[in-house]
Design a protein around this ligand. Structure first.
Ligand SMILES: *[C@@H]1O[C@H](CO)[C@@H](O)[C@H](O)[C@H]1NC(C)=O
Ligand SMILES: *[C@@H]1O[C@H](CO)[C@@H](O)[C@H](O)[C@H]1NC(C)=O
Ligand SMILES: *[C@@H]1O[C@H](CO)[C@@H](O)[C@H](O)[C@H]1NC(C)=O
Ligand SMILES: *[C@@H]1O[C@H](CO)[C@@H](O)[C@H](O)[C@H]1NC(C)=O
Ligand SMILES: *[C@@H]1O[C@H](CO)[C@@H](O)[C@H](O)[C@H]1NC(C)=O
Ligand SMILES: *[C@@H]1O[C@H](CO)[C@@H](O)[C@H](O)[C@H]1NC(C)=O
Ligand SMILES: *[C@@H]1O[C@H](CO)[C@@H](O)[C@H](O)[C@H]1NC(C)=O
Ligand SMILES: *[C@@H]1O[C@H](CO)[C@@H](O)[C@H](O)[C@H]1NC(C)=O
Ligand SMILES: *[C@@H]1O[C@H](CO)[C@@H](O)[C@H](O)[C@H]1NC(C)=O
Ligand SMILES: *[C@@H]1O[C@H](CO)[C@@H](O)[C@H](O)[C@H]1NC(C)=O
Ligand SMILES: *[C@@H]1O[C@H](CO)[C@@H](O)[C@H](O)[C@H]1NC(C)=O
Ligand SMILES: *[C@@H]1O[C@H](CO)[C@@H](O)[C@H](O)[C@H]1NC(C)=O
Length: 611
């Protein structure tokens, strides 16, 4: 699993939002147990902060590097004042001892987690999540001193490689434990999925989950996203045996493997199961449909197989079902109007059969991913009733018919993808009414006709993929790019289009730093598009199977050598001259110059490529 570097925030895919919302609800429930309540119940005068508590807090404060954010966070932390009133601090037992410390999301920065925090031995609630500990290791000893802790949150703290401290396993009162790294997922059709964690490339390891949870019988929430649990082969039995009250089980990107064990059926209280991006095998157990509190079920990107019980889709409380990218089979059942489903994602699976009309009963649906090749029949018009849909992805080799007119009703759509399908006909002009579209991807289907001028209405569009259809007519590249300022990926490959430069008005002389992928294979292009002079952020350029002749221009090499290009394909053209050899080899993962008419040496000798 390669981590991806930080990407623009606008590319953040929002698939994970629901889990977070669900977690928030749950954490509200659990943190209520740590609220301020007086142990005496009478009008006892609260004892001000004890000196040892204040000095531990001040030492902790000093361990953070002074920044604008730390000034804000610690403004009230002044010597000689009552530390029980400091921001983020409370002393719930009115005995002058700190019971709660919340420095979550304060943008603090430190070279290590200072041991002073372990002096606060009355702590029940500790949240340091979302601060930056500069890849230092979690302190191996100390946590065991915080015996009263119910909530421990060290999520997204940028801790470096190292083991989960054993002392955490001795905190028998823990209700909620969060050691996860914050996660972003970004999907681009054809380009694929990129994800990244806040701590880029470094993993905390947990070799033995049993050893962690054996004494944590009160645990309700366990968040270990991006913790390396590849050695914890006992993960499933450990949870079933030791954490009977578990409500939130969140282990995405944890390298957990093996089947979802039968003994997990004992965890009746589960409301969130997030096991996406692991190496799970076996089938999706039927008993999941019997968990009456289940809201979120995410098992996507695993190796699960077998038949999926329709009862899972018909579960009355489920808000999110995400089973994408597994080998699972089965079909979509009839849906009733009392369903709570907001996200139904079953793409890249072996699901088959027709799409039931009753899908129109899922009135809360916002994301519908039914991009499974095996789906067939017609696209039911009842989908047009789902006004809240903002993400619709459909495939199905035997799915036939024209682009349905009811699409125009789905004005909230931000993502529309019809791929690998039998849908045909031209793009109706009323599609131009979908002004919120950010991804429009119609590829590997049977669409035809000219691109309507309304394409320029998609001013928000980031990704426009119309590849591998039967589109005809002439496309003026300068005009398309100048009208779609947010475009990052354009793919018009493998149609019957003729792509030309078009009018170069003043605006086309500006640069297009947003464009990262330009895929124009088989577009009847006969010279290097002039727009390439202005694409100063490009990472992938496919001009293969065109009729470009002559030399590769010097300006192109100069331009490309300025940035990291991942893909450059000019194969299957009539090029006769490499052009400007001093710039070679350029730094690229994939370079294809084959099937041209270069004179002299075969330019595809390995010295031409950096891999
Ligand atoms: C942990 O803290 C982070 C940052 O404040 C927050 O986003 C996250 O929801 C918390 N986790 C739990 C389980 O409450
Ligand atoms: C953070 O880590 C880097 C690299 O190890 C180091 O140079 C730097 O001094 C550290 N910063 C702090 C505040 O410890
Ligand atoms: C875009 O076009 C290229 C050919 O240039 C093709 O290989 C790729 O799969 C296409 N992407 C999509 C999403 O269809
Ligand atoms: C994991 O920890 C438990 C409890 O400490 C222990 O009994 C077991 O042997 C450990 N498993 C492995 C594989 O080390
Ligand atoms: C689900 O619950 C029902 C009723 O309690 C029971 O009959 C059924 O066997 C259970 N199914 C599974 C797979 O546990
Ligand atoms: C779904 O409902 C339709 C019409 O109401 C019915 O013909 C079909 O058999 C039902 N399918 C399933 C799987 O229950
Ligand atoms: C589309 O919306 C119009 C107006 O709200 C409505 O009359 C029509 O039935 C809708 N079409 C579908 C297929 O839902
Ligand atoms: C294109 O957008 C304009 C306003 O931005 C709108 O008036 C027009 O109706 C849209 N075109 C189509 C075909 O919906
Ligand atoms: C593409 O369109 C042509 C007519 O323009 C038609 O003969 C051909 O069958 C179409 N191909 C596909 C794959 O739809
Ligand atoms: C599109 O770009 C404009 C400015 O270039 C920006 O304000 C807007 O947020 C972008 N929209 C999206 C969806 O990224
Ligand atoms: C284009 O540039 C010319 C001269 O540089 C100027 O007169 C004209 O107004 C510009 N047109 C637009 C649309 O900006
Ligand atoms: C490209 O080369 C082929 C084979 O030599 C030739 O038949 C064709 O006419 C050339 N096309 C152009 C546009 O030069």
């Amino acid at each position: 699993m390669a981590h991806h570097g930080q990407r623009p925030v606008t590319m953040l895919h929002l698939q994970i939002q629901l889990v977070l919302v669900a977690c928030l609800l749950c954490s509200l429930v659990s943190s209520s147990t740590t609220g301020t309540h007086s142990t005496t119940g009478t009008a006892a005068v609260p004892v001000p902060c004890l000196p040892d508590q204040a000095s531990a807090l001040l030492q902790l404060k000093r361990s953070f590097i002074p920044t604008d954010c730390s000034v804000v966070a610690f403004r009230s932390w002044r010597i000689g004042t009552d530390c029980c009133r400091w921001r983020g601090v409370s002393c719930g037992d009115d005995d002058g001892r700190v019971t709660s410390l919340d420095l979550g999301d304060s943008s603090l920065y430190s070279g290590h987690l200072d041991a002073a925090v372990f002096e606060l031995s009355s702590l029940r609630y500790l949240n340091l999540g979302g601060n930056d500990f500069n890849l230092s290791a979690l302190p191996p000893v100390g946590f065991e001193r915080l015996t009263k802790l119910t909530n421990l949150n060290l999520s997204s703290c940028n801790f470096g490689p190292g083991r989960v401290p054993q002392g955490i396993g001795r905190l028998a009162n823990l209700i909620s434990l969060d050691l996860s790294a914050r996660l972003g997922i970004d999907y681009t059709p054809g380009v694929g999925l990129h994800y990244w964690a806040q701590a880029d490339g470094s993993y905390i390891t947990l070799p033995n989950l049993t050893a962690l949870v054996a004494n944590l019988g009160s645990l309700r929430e366990l968040h270990l996203g991006f913790v390396d649990m590849s050695q914890s082969t006992d993960w499933c039995e450990a949870l079933a045996k030791h954490t009977p009250d578990l409500r939130v089980l969140s282990l995405p990107f944890c390298f957990v493997s093996g089947p979802i064990c039968g003994s997990i059926s004992a965890l009746h209280s589960l409301s969130v199961i997030d096991l996406q991006f692991n190496d799970l095998t076996g089938s999706i157990p039927d008993f999941l449909a019997n968990f009456s509190f289940l809201n979120v079920l995410r098992l996507s990107y695993n190796n699960l197989q077998g038949w999926v019980s329709p009862a899972i889709f018909q579960h009355k409380k489920l808000v999110t079902i995400d089973l994408q990218q597994n080998e699972i089979s089965g079909s979509l059942p009839n849906f009733t109007a009392d369903s709570c489903l907001q996200n139904l994602l079953v793409g890249q699976t072996s699901l088959s059969g027709t799409i039931p009309d009753s899908i129109g009963n899922l009135k809360y649906l916002t994301k519908l991913g039914i991009n499974a090749l095996g789906l067939s029949g017609n696209l039911p018009s009842s989908i047009g009733k789902l006004k809240s849909l903002n993400d619709l992805r459909v495939s199905g080799i035997d799915l036939v018919g024209p682009i349905p007119s009811w699409i125009a009703n789905l004005t909230s759509l931000e993502v529309l993808e019809f791929s690998d399908c039998g849908l045909y006909g031209s793009i109706p002009s009323y599609l131009g009414g979908l002004s919120k579209l950010e991804i429009l991807a119609l590829y590997n289907c049977k669409f035809s006709g000219h691109l309507p001028p309304q394409v320029s209405n998609f001013t928000q569009v980031r990704t426009l993929v119309l590849a591998s259809n039967n589109f005809t007519g002439t496309v003026e590249l300068n005009s398309v790019l100048s009208k779609l300022p947010n475009l990052t990926v354009l793919n018009l490959s493998n149609n019957k289009l003729v792509v030309v430069d078009g009018e170069a008005d003043n605006s086309s002389m500006v640069s297009y730093p947003n464009i990262i992928g330009l895929y124009l294979a088989s577009c009847n292009i006969n010279s290097f598009p002039s727009i390439l002079r202005h694409l100063n952020g490009i990472q992938a350029l496919d001009l293969s199977n065109n009729q470009i002749h002559g030399a590769i221009p010097q300006w192109l090499w100069e331009n490309l050598s300025n940035f990291e290009i991942n893909l450059l394909d000019v194969s299957h053209n009539n090029l006769t001259d490499i052009g400007y050899e001093t710039f070679l080899p350029i730094c690229t993962d994939y370079l294809d110059l084959s099937y041209n008419m270069f004179e002299g040496d075969n330019p595809l000798t390995p010295s031409w490529m950096w891999i």
